[in-house]
Design a protein around this ligand. Structure first.
Ligand code: NDP
Length: 606
């Protein structure tokens, strides 16, 4: 008996785990490619125009050659949260260097119609309590999040010193003066006592290496450089009136595509959605936030309570209450419930993993069945079904993506795992058929598995001229994911080797921000010029990380994607891309104690 795409069959009988496992493996194997990450092309040379900023004109300015106390690379949540906490700690001269034309990071670039946060705004948007902002929706849309970034920038006085449309080209440690020399592509050469790195994991757009990509004579752009001049409409989702007579193709069906396809389906004369692997799309259930309810819960410390509660529900704690109640916490509650059904003596790793798998099968069956209740055309419905475990790829949640395929003029072009065959002057070819198009939109994602220095644009030189790429040649090494031995006064603001809480990345960033502000204040109050993690402390932290169970998402046997290095043997460095072995909640408790104690165990202040 084979697994069919017919949910009635699946619902009317208990699903067959062996069949599902075999189906998942078949779909995975179909998608494995020998070129892994190399299938994507770097956006440069003839393709460099895909990176141009369509939102803000670049204004000329004089190069800076001064000195600041703190320079932060990246003006997204990491930079804003860190700068806010440093300001509160009394540091006045903070300079954020940002390649976009304003603050916002990913929210500066991603202005495609329908963009919204996937994690509930109440925990996703940083510094809500400090700014007094009430999110308007459970999952706020992009313009509100960008406005919030600007709000933080204004409230903490970060605009005056910021350098926008500026990319750091080099960072070199100057031991004699205990400072960093910062140079940029705008001719700046200034110094900073401390530097922070918040360049984010998903900011370098990538394009699929499809034969003929340069040949297309129509219009094209990447979703992170949305061209409203061409499409009409605006980032708030206003109707894209200029597409009424256009045949539009979108390549990719990840989280971005899921959000913008409904808008394109409404606007375009014809929309072709080119799919290699379907996303799993669960219920979104977005809703406005009621100001009366909000004023009732927004008592002092509310956002920290919500953050801790989300993490406890999502990442292994035993919270009695679930304040956020979304797809992420639901997923974890289901897994926990399955494990708790096991008799106490059977709660051993193998049985617990089996319970996790059962819960996953159930969830994915539910998600697949939902498609049949929404999508009218049977063939299209079948092709939209994701055959892999939910955490193999970024789980998506949406209430009008599947519905979009009922719109006349919207066509799913499934490539059966092979991807688009080629691009011609006139359009896109799949399985030998050419789809003639006026516009191609690349929803092809961002570089993740490429070298760190390719993604950050520079390779910093620490003590003795050692490059970060040399120190990390065998993989990332740090303490807390923040400090790196040999790179004094430099702080990394990102999740890996810390909490590694993927379901709510900003929580990692806001905790790191607090930690950094406490250390910098300590150094300044005590007239200390350098902060550095010792080699022993870094080694000890890395050893601790390696005692954990490894990555929970994107297992090597998952269908390929950026969560699992495109399904290729991850290499020895990948085992270091993990978080605290006891999980995010334990890490957040630990780091709070660590920074509050004032001992700063593992660091040397000079
Ligand atoms: P993804 O990398 O998730 O998706 C890229 C898409 O392009 C995939 O569907 C991929 O298929 C497809 N693709 C690649 N090459 C080809 C090809 N040759 N032919 C056809 N299709 C191809 O990028 P996204 O921009 O969608 O999302 C990136 C990340 O950004 C998300 O995972 C999420 O973390 C974040 N994000 C967050 C949002 C939020 O919080 N609201 C919203 C949007 C994004 P395949 O799957 O087969 O590789």
């Amino acid at each position: 008996m084979t697994v069919t795409d017919e949910p009635q069959n699946l619902r009317s009988r208990a699903f067959d785990k062996e069949q599902l496992r075999a189906k998942y493996m078949e779909e995975r194997n179909k998608r494995l490619r020998p070129d892994g990450n190399d299938q994507y092309i770097e956006v440069k040379g003839q393709l460099a125009h895909y990176l141009d900023d369509p939102y803000t004109p670049v204004t000329p300015r004089d190069p800076r050659t001064d000195h600041v106390t703190f320079a932060f690379i990246g003006g997204g949540f990491a930079g804003l949260a860190t700068a806010a906490r440093l300001t509160e700690a009394g540091i006045k001269d903070i300079r954020i260097i940002e390649k976009g034309g304003d603050f916002g990071g990913t929210w500066y670039w991603n202005r495609y119609p329908g963009a919204q946060c996937d994690t509930a705004s109440m925990v996703y948007m940083p510094l809500l309590e400090e700014t007094g902002h009430m999110p308007s929706e459970k999952y706020a849309h992009a313009p509100e999040i960008l406005a919030h970034c600007r709000r933080i920038g204004k409230q903490y006085g970060l605009y005056d010193n910021a350098l926008f449309h500026t990319e750091v080209t080099d960072l070199t440690w100057d031991e004699a003066h205990s400072r960093w020399i910062v140079t940029t592509n705008r001719g700046d050469a200034f110094t900073a006592q401390f530097v922070g790195m918040g360049t984010g994991p998903l900011h370098v757009p990538k394009l699929p290496g499809i034969a003929g990509i340069e040949a297309f004579k129509g219009h094209s752009f990447h979703t992170s450089r949305w061209d409203c001049d061409y499409t009409g409409g605006d980032p708030s989702g206003a109707h894209m009136d200029k597409l009424a007579d256009k045949r539009v193709g979108i390549i990719g069906t990840g989280a971005t595509s899921v959000q913008c396809v409904p808008h394109l389906a409404r606007a375009a004369k014809a929309l072709y959605v080119f799919q290699r692997t379907p996303s799993s799309v669960d219920v979104r259930a977005n809703a406005p936030i009621d100001p009366e309810w909000f004023s009732g819960i927004a008592t002092p410390g509310w956002q920290q309570r919500w953050l801790e509660n989300f993490t406890a529900n999502q990442a292994g704690g035993n919270a009695e209450e679930d304040l956020v109640q979304d797809g992420w916490t639901d997923l974890s509650r289901r897994i926990r419930a399955k494990i708790m059904q096991l008799p106490r003596e059977e709660r051993v790793p193998a049985k617990m993993l089996a319970a996790f798998e059962d819960s996953d099968f159930e969830k994915m069956e539910e998600i697949r069945s939902r498609i049949d209740t929404i999508v009218g055309d049977r063939e299209t419905a079948a092709k939209l079904k994701a055959w892999y475990r939910q955490l193999c790829k970024r789980p998506c949640f949406h209430d009008s993506y599947l519905q979009a395929f009922n719109t006349p003029g919207t066509h799913l072009v499934d490539t059966d795992g092979k991807g688009v065959e080629k691009i011609t002057e006139k359009g896109v070819v799949v399985a030998g058929r050419e789809y003639q198009l006026d516009c191609i939109i690349y929803a092809s994602g961002f570089e993740v598995g490429t070298e760190y220095k390719r993604r950050s644009g520079f390779d910093m030189s620490g003590r003795g001229g050692v490059k970060l790429s040399e120190h990390w040649a065998e993989g990332m090494r740090s303490k807390h994911g923040i400090h790196v031995h040999g790179f004094p006064n430099a702080f990394f603001v990102q999740p890996t080797q810390g909490a590694n809480l993927i379901s709510n990345v900003p929580h990692n960033l806001t905790e790191a921000a607090k930690t950094i502000a406490v250390m910098v204040r300590h150094a300044r109050q005590n007239g200390l010029r350098q902060i550095e993690v010792t080699r022993e402390a870094e080694d000890k932290w890395v050893e601790l990380l390696l005692t954990g169970a490894g990555r929970m998402i994107g297992a090597p046997d998952c269908t390929p994607g950026y969560y699992n290095n495109e399904g290729r043997e991850p290499g020895p460095a990948a085992k270091l891309n993990v978080g605290h072995p006891a999980g995010p909640l334990a890490y957040f408790k630990y780091i709070d104690t660590w920074r509050s104690s004032g001992d700063f165990e593992g660091l040397e202040f000079r």
